[in-house]
Ligand binder design. Structure first.
Ligand SMILES: *Cc1c(COP(=O)(O)O)cnc(C)c1O
Length: 387
């Protein structure tokens, strides 16, 4: 019996070591890891530069309170600001904390300009913004909220694509629209550019804020630094996490100057958020998310998706759709994906499920072509076995 709680249905496998795209199990087998901690290890396992950064920082200073200046945090924040729409950053430790903070910032902004009635956030039904009490109610999923007490007020939901409903939901007390630019857990659904543009326009007309959750699709995963860059819109608030830490827990909220002004001393805090150790690692990750790496993401993505579509044509009764952007790829089956994922694992390829029968494939951003070829070979073999 495990002393760990049973809130995960864990696969009977564990690992002792990882390098790049590969994981080595405790029973001596080598796996191609296209989960990467769910889009967390953006640079693969045991990245040399990240190892160096964490070792060097760990000898100097791990943690100090945010009551003091933290130059490592100033440094990472200024790098993020330089590369993005944002003027200001608040550091957290996880994605759920980042989306919660985004909600707080939106509400506090309207409070600070004397419109404290504006508190409601409009979200997509069955989206994913994390597992804290507010985030599960933002996500609007029955499965996640059931049994966890009264509904947290302040969230309205519309279905993917139902723009009429979205417009109807905007009332005097609406503060923001919050969506994932690419729905990850929800089944790798890319929100079309025209749609994001339309939502931005609605936000401008109604004078409400746009929050784009880039916790999973951000930091290069989409082939651009942020997935919303494809639509050329400028959001007001962007929560990030997963990829920015490269495996170290970091979350953050990026904001424009306009909304950041509301976050005066005392409005928000975090004991761990922005500590020197996390900031040193985040900074070393960010330095490697450069033009060349993004080019690799785009090149590998194009190749992978093209080849997966060829497999789909070969097995039209098995694979329904290949979708995604960059190295956030979904393989949607016609039926439940559990067996397929199990067989991939038996053949030493690790993938993970998403909603709507989707197999989620998340290689590290520095994945090599020969690793994708290996994955394709395994996927092909499993298709043959299952058809
Ligand atoms: C994973 C995820 C979160 C939650 O992140 P945690 O670090 O697990 O709290 C929030 N939003 C999106 C889009 C995610 O993919």
């Amino acid at each position: 019996m495990s002393s760990l709680a049973n809130n995960y249905k864990r696969k009977n496998i564990s690992f002792k070591r990882g390098k790049g795209s590969f994981l080595f199990s405790n029973d001596g087998k080598k796996y191609l890891d296209f989960v990467q901690g769910i889009a967390v290890n953006s640079l693969g396992h045991s990245n040399d530069k990240l190892n160096k950064a964490i070792q060097e920082q760990s000898k100097k200073l791990w943690h100090v309170s945010n009551a003091f200046k933290i130059p490592e945090g100033e440094n990472l924040a200024s790098k993020l600001v330089k590369r993005t729409f944002a003027n200001s950053v608040i550091f957290q430790n996880s994605g759920a904390e980042a989306t919660e903070t985004a909600i707080k910032v939106a509400r506090r902004y309207f409070f600070s300009i004397g419109q404290k009635h504006k508190t409601r956030i409009i979200c997509l039904k069955n989206s994913f913004h994390g597992r804290t009490i507010a985030a599960i109610h933002a996500s609007g999923s029955k499965k996640m909220t059931e049994g966890f007490g009264p509904k947290i007020p302040g969230f309205d939901h519309f279905e993917f694509g139902d723009h009429k409903k979205l417009k109807k939901l905007i009332k005097k007390n609406t503060a923001a629209i919050m969506i994932e630019t690419v729905m990850g857990e929800g089944g790798i659904k890319v929100i079309p550019n025209w749609c994001i543009k339309g939502i931005r326009k609605i936000c401008n007309q109604k004078k409400i804020l746009l929050i784009l959750d880039e916790v999973q699709c951000g930091i290069g995963r989409s082939g651009k630094f942020f997935a919303f860059e494809y639509s050329k819109v400028k959001p007001d608030i962007v929560p990030i996490a997963k990829g920015i830490g490269g495996g170290f827990p970091i979350g953050a909220v990026l904001m424009t100057k306009k909304v950041a002004k509301a976050m005066v001393p005392g409005t928000h805090g975090s004991t761990f958020g922005g500590n020197p150790l996390a900031m040193a690692v985040g900074s070393a990750v960010l330095d490697q998310i450069n033009k060349n790496l993004l080019m690799n993401v785009n090149k590998m993505s194009k190749y992978f998706i093209t080849e997966l579509n060829k497999i789909k044509i070969k097995y039209p009764r098995l694979i329904q759709e290949v979708r995604g952007v960059g190295l956030l790829i979904g393989l949607q089956l016609f039926k439940d994906q559990t067996e397929f994922i199990k067989k991939l694992m038996e053949n030493k390829l690790l993938t993970i499920r998403a909603a709507e029968n989707v197999i989620r494939i998340l290689p590290p951003l520095n994945v090599k072509k020969k690793e994708i070829d290996l994955a394709l070979k395994i996927i092909m073999k499993v298709c043959k076995e299952l058809s």
